[in-house]
Design a protein around this ligand. Structure first.
Ligand code: CDM
Ligand code: ATP
Length: 272
């Protein structure tokens, strides 16, 4: 039967403004998202039955049963599939590992079978719609409203996860205000300098409550901010992964070298 290989990129929330709360408790977001050139690798073969093998350096603790988002994605597409998931992204880390895997599987099955991805994709995770797009975008609502951004400069970054899981729901509950201001409009001429200047004026509203829940995030942010050439240090999603932005790939690589710690996942990346 037909088979394919695909890549599930890390999602990075460069900004994350929480602007309100719906009646069902979900929070309204206004977030600039980009995608890194690091991620999980997936092999998929259409089959009579659904099977999953999880491997790779970040496989530990990732569910191998029907609750894994890749099997739920195949179920949503109503096909059986033998899936191999090679985990390189830390789980429950604010970089959408599970959502990105699920989106990659939805797209792979669509391409192999011609089936349409159902609207319920969002039920697998709030980041599924933006991960289906897979390029720089603004995400609003609870994630269902995605506007693609063309002409974004490639950014050089370091991603750091301190190895402590942060439950997304608990971080949202720690917010003192739900009705924070949305992002300001993006500058008309987008280049590295104008984007950095604008990003510095925006926020991740979940960063404060995440540091309260997990003080190690504060240590990571201070360490990133102290590296040579760091122009912005911030947390992604609900944490605990944080990123530093640099003008050149060389500066990001050098920062990654000095930021190595035994328990930290440290990755120099390009963001697009
Ligand atoms: C924070 C982000 O990473 C930003 O990209 C995502 O919105 C989180 O997406 P996710 O990990 O797919 O989150 P989900 O699995 O959908 O939600 C986990 C829990 O976080 C809370 N949650 C999540 C998203 C949202 N907009 N409002 C919320 O209040 C809810 O309590 C929910 O039960
Ligand atoms: N394919 C998968 N990869 C990682 N985790 C998965 C997967 N499928 C299900 N999970 C479960 O989902 C939980 C959240 O993992 P995920 O990596 O999606 O979180 P996240 O990086 O915080 O996402 P987000 O940025 O969307 O908040 C994990 O604790 C894990 O138990």
């Amino acid at each position: 039967m037909a088979s394919t290989e695909t890549f599930a990129s890390a999602k990075v929330n460069l900004t994350l403004h929480v602007t309100g709360q719906r009646a069902d408790g979900y929070h309204l977001l206004d977030s600039l998202v980009m995608f890194a050139d690091c991620g999980d690798r997936i092999t998929l073969r259409l089959s009579e039955t659904a099977t999953l093998t999880v491997s790779g350096p970040k496989a530990s603790g990732v569910p191998t049963g029907p609750e894994n988002l890749v099997l739920r994605a195949a179920g949503l597409m109503r096909v059986g599939a033998e899936i191999g998931l090679e985990k390189h992204l830390p789980a429950a880390a604010g970089i959408g590992g599970g959502s990105s895997d699920a989106a990659a599987v939805l797209l792979a099955i669509r391409d192999l079978t011609g089936r349409i991805i159902p609207e319920q994709g969002l039920s697998l995770g709030a980041d599924i719609p933006v991960c289906l797009i897979g390029q720089a975008a603004i995400m609003r609502g609870i994630g269902e409203d995605v506007t693609v951004l063309e002409n974004m400069p490639t950014l050089h970054a370091v991603l750091i996860n301190p190895g402590v899981p942060v439950p997304t729901g608990a971080v949202f509950q720690g917010l003192s205000r739900k009705d924070n201001p949305p992002m300001e409009p993006l500058p008309p001429a987008l280049n590295f300098e104008t984007l950095i200047g604008w990003l510095g004026q925006q926020r991740n509203d979940l960063q404060g409550p995440a540091i309260v829940a997990q003080p190690a995030i504060g240590d990571v942010l201070r360490s990133i901010a102290a590296t040579a050439g760091c122009r912005l240090a911030r947390m992604s999603g609900s944490g605990a992964t944080c990123f530093g932005l640099y003008e050149t790939a060389d500066a990001a690589t050098k920062a990654a070298t000095v930021l190595q710690r035994p328990d930290w996942w440290v990755q120099p990346v390009r963001l697009n």
